[in-house]
Design a protein around this ligand. Structure first.
Ligand SMILES: Cc1cc2nc3c(=O)[nH]c(=O)nc-3n(C[C@H](O)[C@H](O)[C@H](O)COP(=O)(O)O)c2cc1C
Length: 135
């Protein structure tokens, strides 16, 4: 069973573009090593992240992320874990999404995913669509 965590948060207002870029590079590399797939969306001063992988790995990573002072107001979304990763095939594993083009690409992928025959996944996809609709 794949473990999935999703949360929304507010980026620290003084975070500079270079700091964001190094956070993105670090996260992508680290997640690749730990076989963590998912997405990290940064838009309008907010983050939305989905992490998928082994339960222990995901929980430990989330503990670290939750303590990170580069963001606050973290709202964890209660979701069930699915049998499959839903972002494994999306842009090769773990993807950073922080511009319009990538948001549109994600939107297309979510539209495609919304036909997935699972109510839980459909509900989850709607929630993600809602977040990016407001960006
Ligand atoms: C919004 C946000 C998302 C993050 N996402 C990840 C992530 O996906 N993977 C990761 O390794 N670190 C991520 N981090 C960084 C972690 O909080 C932490 O700094 C990092 O894992 C370094 O921990 P370590 O030095 O103990 O390895 C994120 C931080 C923030 C603020």
């Amino acid at each position: 069973m794949i473990h999935t965590i999703c949360y929304f948060s507010t980026a620290h207002p003084s975070l500079q573009q270079e700091e964001l870029e190094s956070l993105f590079i670090y996260s992508k590399e680290n997640n690749q090593k730990k076989e963590v797939s998912g997405i990290l969306v940064h838009a309008d001063g907010n983050f939305m992240q989905v992490l998928e992988g082994d339960k222990k790995t995901i929980n430990e990573l989330y503990q670290k992320i939750a303590k990170d002072t580069r963001h606050s107001n973290i709202i964890k979304v209660p979701i069930v874990s699915y049998e499959h990763r839903i972002f494994e095939d999306y842009d090769y594993g773990f993807t950073i999404i922080d511009d319009r083009l990538n948001i549109e690409k994600l939107n297309k992928y979510l539209n495609w995913l919304s036909h997935y025959p699972s109510n839980e996944i459909n509900r989850f996809v709607k929630l993600l669509q809602q977040f990016i609709k407001n960006t």
